[in-house]
Design a protein around this ligand. Structure first.
Ligand code: ADP
Ligand code: MG
Length: 333
């Protein structure tokens, strides 16, 4: 199992940001309203993710770090309609095989919490009583300490932190009602407060994550037809120096980087503005979950649409209409 776990780890854990992604998704699955991420040395030394979600019992803790023990899927039929972000039950055991993993967790009804430390060996660790507020803290230390070849691929602190920052922005845009904090080497990097629920909170979240200039310089779009909906913000390419990190496309709340989507978006910009260099946008696409497979690959952000052509054309037309019809807001550079 140790080896199998390390191989699985190769699939999902490329760098500190991959760990933060899995942990934050677990926190969201657990219903957290506030998620805190603390890093040391770009996450290579230490990653701590703390949430106020449902927590785990003393019995659940050892299961969480054993392979394929996911609590999120009861049958194959569930696979078709997984609403939660994770379902493979591989993330925590994979982490335990390439780093030192410690989890402290408490259910709301528990009198106190429990902790386990997984050392990557085949023995299932036992949970011991520990102090914790309702919720869960997962700590991952010394990433790749036992796989030096992979440790070499880690980049500078700054680069790894950059990846994590971008990840938190992404997740925070998809979950506007959840508060996020990011701290690096004891200093606050992001503090994204949640000011209410749902879509109403989105403009504020947009401002927190991408800045007021983006919001001021973009058009609001909201279009729906044949069971598909596309809404969000689109800005003209001239908007700012570096745009590559200002392209966010979510499918049913999950960030994707997909060829079909990118093509449709670029095509619309190209048609209306006669060039499609670095458009900036935050777009949310919603459709029946049975019409899309979001689990093409555990780590990649690709999706597969059942009606690919229809989806492409809908996205293209919705954007085209908005870009052509709306004059870009005042304040455009
Ligand atoms: P998956 O998320 O695919 O189920 P993971 O390895 O990420 O697999 O997590 C294993 C299990 O541990 C989850 O199914 C869940 O029951 C539990 N778990 C992990 N993180 C948390 C958390 N932050 N709060 C509550 N339960 C958690
Ligand atoms: Mg998970």
């Amino acid at each position: 199992p140790q080896l199998i776990n390390q191989i699985a780890a190769g699939e999902v854990i490329e760098r500190p940001a991959s760990i933060v992604k899995e942990l934050v998704e677990n926190s969201l699955d657990a219903g957290a309203r506030q998620i805190e991420v603390r890093l040391e040395r770009g996450g290579a030394k230490r990653i701590l993710v703390r949430d106020d979600g449902c927590g785990m019992t003393a019995e659940e803790l050892p299961l969480a770090v054993s392979r394929h023990a996911t609590s999120k899927i009861a049958s194959l039929a569930d696979l078709e309609s997984v609403a939660t972000l994770g379902f493979r039950g591989e993330a925590l055991p994979s982490m335990a095989s390439v780093a030192r993993l410690r989890i402290v967790s408490r259910r709301a009804e528990g009198e106190h919490g429990f902790a386990i430390t997984a050392d990557g060996s085949d023995q299932t660790p036992a949970a011991e009583p520990a102090a914790h507020a309702p919720g869960t803290s997962v700590e991952v230390q010394d990433l790749f300490f036992n796989t030096p070849a992979r440790r070499k691929f880690l980049r500078t602190e700054k680069t790894e932190l950059g990846h994590i920052e971008q990840l938190i922005r992404r997740v925070a845009l998809a979950h506007a009602a959840v508060g996020f904090r990011l701290e690096h080497n004891g200093r606050s990097v992001l503090d994204l407060r949640a000011a209410g629920g749902g879509e109403a909170n989105l403009p504020q979240r947009l401002e927190q994550t991408l800045g007021g200039e983006f919001l001021a310089a973009s058009l609001v779009l909201d279009d729906q037809a044949i069971g598909l909906r596309l809404f969000g913000w689109v800005a003209q390419p001239a908007f700012s120096r570096s745009q590559a990190d200002r392209q966010f496309f979510f499918v049913n709340g999950r960030m994707v980087r997909d060829k079909l989507v990118t093509h449709a978006v670029r095509q619309a910009y190209q048609d209306v503005l006669h060039h499609s260099r670095h458009p900036a946008y935050v777009l949310f696409f919603e459709l029946d979950p049975r019409q899309v497979d979001v689990n093409v690959h555990p780590a990649k952000q690709e999706v597969r649409f059942r009606e690919a052509r229809q989806v492409h054309d809908f996205i293209f037309r919705a954007l085209h209409r908005r870009l052509a019809g709306g004059t870009m807001a005042e304040g455009m550079p």
